[in-house]
Design a protein around this ligand. Structure first.
Ligand code: C2O
Length: 569
């Protein structure tokens, strides 16, 4: 072989290596800006990223880096959160306002830099400031490394399906009004699929989202619940789902015709083009577990449309798509039947023993009208203000430092680390709770975890005001859901039922209404990590807490230094 061809061969080989193995860094510009958006016969000025609704879809591979330069040209403060991304040692890029960073003020910018490590599937990004995520959100798709297959036959098509929630008003004004009055915020006017409500709503049929498909094909739908305040059932007429992943973790595949997603959750499902070429409704409608609470009981649709469907004769209307049977809005059995089928694909690396055995109650509450407040500020039930809490602490964000900055720089007076390991008072959490236990206390209280400690949390719903399914999200971690059930968690009886073999791994767990779930994780990511209900109305009322995870030993167990352009408050 001549030396030339040897060089050529070496070059070819190394470029092949480059294209097969080298992770890539993806650069994106996000311009947060206001834009008139027309939905349901109304035009509303909405805050968007790059003028898009939903915002841009980011597609990366496992191992890749992301550098996203965010410029705020809108009139509100903003931050962007990469929902579900572990952010190993890069907590400064996590995004929740006043938790890991101060907000990006109008006219300012910040660059998020982070790497995707060990996660594959569907995640998403959204604003984490007030209620801005109503319109500031998009998909984050993580494909396997080049040369690595999916753990299922490669689908012919892939489509992100983002479920959203729409108000015919500026959502920031909706939450501000609620905060002013103490009452529940106005419910939304529509749900959306990829930004569009679909043809069951007025003035919407022209713009209904169409998802193409054809006979003999398989189609991976990456379903994301980006709605602000509503858990949603999701189904496609005449097409069974094979569920293959959730929250960017693979699952043992199983078949079902309906799934439920709490806000924050994602589910990857595969459908097969095994029906007559035609049009089929894709449907999202509410799962509502709270009793006697107002909610938006409308239905969003898109259309699965076979490309080989026969065209109607000239001038004739398209035939009406088939509609799938949907569970009733309060069908908790349908939810349990779905969530109980989720399994890790193999023996899960779930900690067998725990160092921290925590017990957190989650639920609503009511503040008696505070001294100095007028009647108009206490329009909650019987002249109160709505509240929510974990272990009876209603979480309050700081305003002059982020928690992570205060931790890093040792700023006193921003938070305390006395969040209780269990409820301050034991009572029948899901029973008829005495009115004297309905009022939480306010605080910015964190729970301190040693690096690498093995943590178990029994998350117990309460029936205060009303029992409700709460989609609980933990930042910076994936966790195993080892058990769930109804009523009060009973350590004697329920510990025996823990699945330590193949429990599903997720970043958001829906706590059954008037029930509980148990999660486990290893605290191997130093920083300050928010845990909260992903119904924005509940986080507004204080249904949150944060973990302070200490550094371990050496560089690889230590939070990175803050970036130079980190906003200050
Ligand atoms: Cu997807 Cu704290 O949020």
């Amino acid at each position: 072989m001549s030396s030339y061809s040897l060089v050529a061969l070496v070059l070819l080989f190394s470029s092949a290596l480059l294209c097969f193995a080298t992770p890539k860094t993806h650069y994106h510009d996000f311009v947060v800006q206001e834009r008139p958006v027309k939905r349901l016969c109304n035009t509303v000025n909405a805050i968007t990223v790059n003028g898009q609704l939903p915002g841009p879809t980011l597609i990366v591979r496992e191992g890749d880096g992301l550098v996203v330069h965010v410029v705020n040209r809108a009139k509100y403060n903003v931050t962007i959160h990469w929902h579900g991304v572990r952010q190993m040692r890069t907590g400064w890029a996590d995004g929740p306002e006043f938790v890991t960073q101060c907000p990006i003020r109008p006219g300012e910018s910040y660059t998020y830099r982070f790497t995707i490590q060990g996660q594959e599937g569907t995640l998403w990004w959204h604003a984490h400031s007030s209620w801005l995520r109503a319109t500031v959100y998009g998909a984050l798709i993580i494909r396997p490394r080049k040369g690595t297959p999916f753990p299922f036959p490669r689908p012919n098509r892939e489509t992100p399906i983002i479920l959203g929630e729409w108000w015919n008003r500026d959502p920031i004004q909706v939450v501000r009004q609620a905060t002013r009055t103490g009452a529940a915020p106005n419910v939304s006017d529509a749900y959306t699929i990829n930004g569009q409500p679909g043809d069951l709503y007025k003035c919407s049929s022209q713009d209904t989202t169409i998802v193409p498909m054809d006979v003999g094909e398989t189609h991976l739908l990456r379903v994301i619940n980006a709605a602000l305040n509503q858990e949603l059932f999701f189904s496609v007429a005449h097409h069974m789902f094979t569920v293959v992943g959730a929250d960017a973790s693979y699952l043992k595949p199983f078949r079902t015709n309906v799934i439920m997603l709490g806000p924050g959750q994602t589910t990857d499902v595969i459908i097969s083009g095994n029906q007559a070429p035609g049009r089929y409704y894709i449907v999202a409608k509410p799962y509502q577990s709270a009793q006697n609470a107002a909610f938006d009981n409308t239905t969003a649709t898109a259309i699965l449309s076979y490309t080989s469907a026969p065209c109607p004769s000239k001038g004739a209307p398209l035939p009406t798509p088939a509609f799938p049977p949907m569970p009733a809005f309060n069908d908790t059995n349908a939810v349990t039947s779905f969530t109980s089928k989720l399994r890790y694909p193999r023996q899960a690396p779930v900690p067998a023993y725990v160092d921290e055995d925590l017990h957190f109650t989650v639920g609503l509450g009511l503040f008696n009208c505070p001294r100095g407040f007028s009647k108009s500020q206490c329009q909650g039930p019987n002249g109160t203000r709505f509240a929510a809490s974990m272990n009876n602490v209603s979480f309050v964000l700081p305003s002059n430092w982020s928690l992570l900055q205060a931790h890093k720089y040792g700023i006193p007076g921003v938070f305390t680390t006395d969040f209780p390991a269990g409820p301050p008072l034991k009572f029948d959490y899901t029973g008829n709770v005495s009115r004297s236990l309905w009022q939480p206390t306010s605080g910015t209280r964190l729970y301190r975890l040693k690096y690498a400690s093995r943590v178990q949390i029994v998350i117990q719903g309460t029936s205060i005001v009303t029992g409700e399914n709460h989609p609980m999200h933990l930042h910076g971690y994936d966790f195993f859901i080892v058990a769930e059930g109804f009523g009060n968690f009973n350590p004697k009886r329920d510990t025996k039922k823990f699945n330590l073999v193949d429990p599903p791994m997720r970043n958001t767990v829906p706590i059954p209404v008037n029930g509980w779930a148990v999660i486990r994780f290893v605290a191997d990511n130093p920083g300050v990590w928010l845990m909260h209900c992903h119904l924005d109305v509940h986080i507004t009322w204080g249904l949150a807490m944060a973990f302070l995870v200490e550094d371990g030993v050496g560089e690889y167990e230590t939070l990175q230094a803050p970036p130079e352009d980190l906003p200050i408050c």
